[in-house]
Design a protein around this ligand. Structure first.
Ligand code: URA
Length: 208
């Protein structure tokens, strides 16, 4: 199946378009567009986050890059051999995504870091397209409840049948496992809800 990705001026979500236009004026050097997935379509693993951060992925144009959450995510992917190189918090760091692709439930930066249900729904076709285009996909890591729900919607599955829990693994088909993790946000790591050990355990348990 051919990959569908949002255009730079995607107009599906009025609130996000307004915010994008404001940001294009305020931060003209930023990427300020739907952030594309990062990593090869041939990867066996897909990591799904929430949405770009204003001065992170929305600035750099690469998921989690420059966002506090990337400071835990990328070193973890490197530690498990899923990514190769050094994470430099910018899109020119040369980091190679060897066996993993990363995307977000919502591709555009939301105001106050909060997405609304209509935006998750509007962006879900792109996630469906990502999943269908990944022919070797055997596991998806959902970072947080929004990503978990978005993945289930993209797969056409009922949320009530697969409850989110940190560390849970849900077989969603004969060939695909959905693994849950608390989001690696600074809020979760600062409050101790998610420790680096807890996060690493999610990746250690995945067979890809
Ligand atoms: N940056 C992203 O790209 N996604 C998240 O979920 C958080 C930060």
């Amino acid at each position: 199946m051919q990959l569908r990705a949002p255009q730079a001026n995607c107009s599906q979500c009025p609130r996000l378009v307004d915010f994008r236009n404001t940001n294009r004026e305020q931060y003209p050097a930023f990427f300020n567009a739907p952030v594309p997935a990062f990593g090869p379509l041939t990867a066996p693993l897909l990591v799904v986050g929430l949405a770009p951060g204003l001065k992170g992925a929305n600035q750099t144009g690469r998921p989690f890059t420059g966002d506090a959450a990337g400071d835990l995510l990328y070193p973890t992917l490197i530690k498990f051999g899923l990514a190769v190189g050094d994470y430099g918090a910018n899109s020119d760091d040369g980091l190679e995504m060897a066996h993993v692709r990363i995307t977000n439930a919502v591709r555009c930066v939301p105001p106050q870091n909060k997405v609304i249900a209509a935006e998750i729904t509007a962006c879900n076709d792109f996630l469906t397209s990502e999943i269908k285009a990944m022919k070797n996909l055997s596991a998806i890591v959902a970072l947080g409840t929004v990503a978990h729900g978005a993945v289930l919607s993209a797969l056409g599955l009922k949320k009530s049948a697969f409850k989110f829990a940190h560390g849970a693994q849900h077989p969603v088909s004969d060939t695909l496992m959905l693994a849950d993790s608390y989001h690696c946000s600074r809020y979760n790591t600062n409050t101790g809800r998610l420790t680096p050990e807890m996060f690493e355990a999610v990746f250690a348990a995945i067979q890809v």
